[in-house]
Design a protein around this ligand. Structure first.
Ligand SMILES: Nc1ncnc2c1ncn2[C@@H]1O[C@H](COP(=O)(O)OP(=O)(O)OP(=O)(O)O)[C@@H](O)[C@H]1O
Ligand SMILES: [Mg+2]
Length: 249
């Protein structure tokens, strides 16, 4: 008998199925995935192109709905929410970072970071924001516009924006896809620090073993199914695992 430590899941999906299209064009993007993303951890989702990584992230984050199965953020089941409640949940409890930085060009760095809070119209935790600005290293760029920043700096703004409202979980889909390896490494280091120094939860989709090695754990998808998990990944071990997918059965 082993004693399992119960770790709270910041997000999870249970028996997740996602079917796109119908008939001849039907695609089973998720084919019965159950996975939890533990709170306070940095989890990477890896797998070959078309394996369902983005679909899993979108359904887990409430950006898309499952065909069957359930998705949960903390104790909330997303399928039980009406559109208004789902919008509020995404706004208040989830942060997003995408490959394209998606900053507002006419706003300054500071305004971009606090935009979600300003739209929500609630109070802001200035101490948290100050700490965040230091974590992402943007204090001397706060009054610049996105066009005056490098790609890596723009993505750091997007990371700060994603964490600004102290979300339960931040989802990132290929956040380093548009960056060179140095800028990408900075953004990944930053996501890791955000998790370790501020006890946040990050779920990141990537196809890059070097990126995945920044995570605490990697979950592997193939053909819409969860096929493996790896703790304390290194780029070499992740690469070896990915190569195994390519060997014909
Ligand atoms: N809106 C959609 N309509 C139809 N099929 C879709 C749609 N979105 C994704 N798919 C299909 O679902 C499958 C999984 O796609 P998904 O984007 O989740 O893969 P991925 O693992 O993120 O791939 P990549 O590494 O290329 O980004 C693919 O076969 C894809 O063609
Ligand atoms: Mg994808």
């Amino acid at each position: 008998m082993t004693t399992a430590t119960t770790v709270r899941a910041a997000a999870r999906v249970v028996d997740a199925v996602k079917v796109y299209g119908r008939g001849d064009t039907e695609v089973r993007a998720l084919d019965g995935v159950s996975v939890d993303f533990p709170a306070g951890r940095f989890t990477a989702i890896m797998g070959p192109s078309g394996s369902g990584k983005s679909t899993l992230m979108h359904c887990a984050a409430g950006l898309d709905t499952l065909t069957s199965g359930t998705a949960h953020i903390g104790g909330t089941e997303l399928g039980a929410l009406d559109d208004r409640r789902l919008t509020l949940l995404r706004r208040d409890r989830v942060g997003f970072v995408f490959q394209a930085f998606n900053l507002i060009p006419t706003l300054t760095v500071a305004e971009n970071i606090t935009l979600p809070l300003d739209l929500a119209g609630g109070g802001r935790d200035q101490e948290w924001l100050d700490a965040l600005i230091d974590v992402v290293g943007l204090r001397d760029r706060l009054h610049h516009r996105p066009s005056e920043l490098s790609g890596g700096q723009q993505q750091r703004v997007a990371v700060a924006r994603a964490f600004a409202g102290r979300p339960d979980v931040v989802f990132a889909d290929e956040p380093t896809g548009n960056l060179d390896s140095r800028a990408g490494g900075e953004v990944l280091g930053l996501l890791g620090r955000a998790v370790r120094q501020t006890s946040r939860t990050v779920v990141m989709v990537t196809h890059d073993p070097v990126a995945a090695a920044h995570a605490d754990e990697v979950v592997f998808l193939a053909d819409g199914r969860l096929v493996d998990r790896m703790e304390a990944p290194t780029a070499d071990r992740v690469l070896d695992r990915m190569k195994a997918f390519e060997v014909p059965a």
